[in-house]
Design a protein around this ligand. Sequence first.
Ligand code: ATP
Length: 599
Amino acid sequence: MRPRQSSEKRPDAMNLRQSVKTLCPYLTKFKGRVFIALMALIGAKGATLLMPWALKEIIDSVDKSINPLLVIPALLLLMYGALRFASVFFGEIRDAVFSRVTEHAMRDIGLKVFKHLHSLELAFHLDRQTGGISRDIERGTSGLSFLMRFLMFNIVPTLFEILTVAIIFGTLFSVWFALITLLAVAIYITFTVVVTQWRNRFIREANAADNQSNTRAVDSLLNYETVKYFNNEQFEAKTYDTFLANWEKARLKNRMSLLALNSGQALIIACAITALMWLGSTEVVAGTLSIGELVMINAYMIQLFLPLNFLGFVYREIRRALTDLENMLGLLNKKPQITDALNAKELNISQGEITFNNVSFSYDTHRPILNNLSFSVKAGSKVAIVGASGAGKSSLARLLYRFYDVNAGEISIDNQAINSVTLNSLRKAIAIVPQDTVLFNTTIRENIAYGRPSASDAEIDEAIAMAHLKDFIATLDKGDKTLVGERGLKVSGGEKQRIAIARAILKKSHILIFDEATSALDSHSEQAILAAMREVASNHTSIVIAHRLSTITDADTIIVLKSGQIIEQGKHDELLTLAGEYARMWELQHKKQIVCDPS
Ligand code: ATP
């Protein structure tokens, strides 16, 4: 399997500045909340910074050598308790108030990506790997929330705290205390940044392996039936395990590099605290520092290195969040290829005449599918397209629906080129019953109503009746409230096709396309459906793609397609008299029918 592109380094890689630019609108949208959260942050940091000082005052006031008349420093003790509570309480307030901002941002960007994915063309969706993309979105949104919380509430306040502690040390004690602190912090930060950068590729590797194994698992479960048909459970498990083994290996590298980072950080912290305590103890012995002050220095250092220890983690996580966000925003940066033209107008459909004018098309440049094709479907008429498998019949429908754009030539409806009208108005005008109907995992009725969510109950019932679904629904315990299962696997192929037909009927479009819409039906249902299709199509322009020629003998025009070109065109009888490809196909199918059904 091809490695997922999302975890490779891409030229459109987002940097920190771009990420911050993405985050800023969410911060300005909730100014009030951001302000309260900042105030709570200042309150929490202020209380934290005052705690070691209160501790020093308490110790010194109970030190006989300084205060021979000992009394319990009640006020200071209460103050110490209050500060301790305030530092936690304000932190909680900050998180509670700010969570609305991050959650809203997650919702907003999640929706944006979802909408964007729907705006991307079919070609993208045929290439995509669902498992990997859903992982990218999941990680991207949590990355976004992480960045918002930690950039604002961790990195900047911690740097501020370091500076304040250095100033306190420098002014209250000798300049050496401040210097050792600043030097230790500088070494710590440099070490963390350098090692984290080195580690980043292991994080990327682990992400890529995670995506691959997830994609494989989703793909395999989606193809549950195929796996069973070929007894390939072992093969699937083995393939999945190969991906999991890659993931395990990548995670191991990740862990080992984390060990190097954490040990290095701990060593720097231990050296700094030892140096400071050494200096402090020397000064206590010399009488220039009180015990309270030594405890205060220790408390400040422990307090300082706690968030600093966290800073390493936060820096790593920010790098990871940036990579995750970059993957998700990379999806957002993908420009849709099939879009409305600059001055696209609404399609004004009066007759519903379709014209293909010298149309050429290929999915890949080296393999032409349609070659200089011209034909027209008169308003209200029924045109059938027949031809061998792979001749390009469904491609015609995809081009008309603008799932792809033509390479040359033009398709128009009522003399309006389809690429000059809005996609929405074009697609509203066309209802398709596709070759492979995939249903949503919901009820039969909801699946039909999907054709036009605003349709009334009576209209849905009418569509059900026209698609000959009534008898089938009557046999079900829960009637049209029956669930169809994942991708509609709990209803038969023929039932699925009839649901798709009902759905298309409900859409009430001017143009109808039936792409092998009756291929899965028995002859009896097929006749009934054909009658319904005739009825529906009577005042519509319709294109019917069919393999079974018996279903299209009544078409106004039959187009025979071969290797992307029209080789014959006319009514059924005319084509039979022509004694060409169509006549040959007809004869072949007729013979087959006689062999299969001699009666
Ligand atoms: P059938 O009767 O089997 O449905 P068809 O005539 O409808 O066949 P199309 O689906 O139009 O055939 O496909 C025409 C050719 O284009 C086929 O050879 C197919 O392999 C190729 N093709 C279809 N979709 C794509 C795609 N997304 N990318 C590349 N090639 C494609």
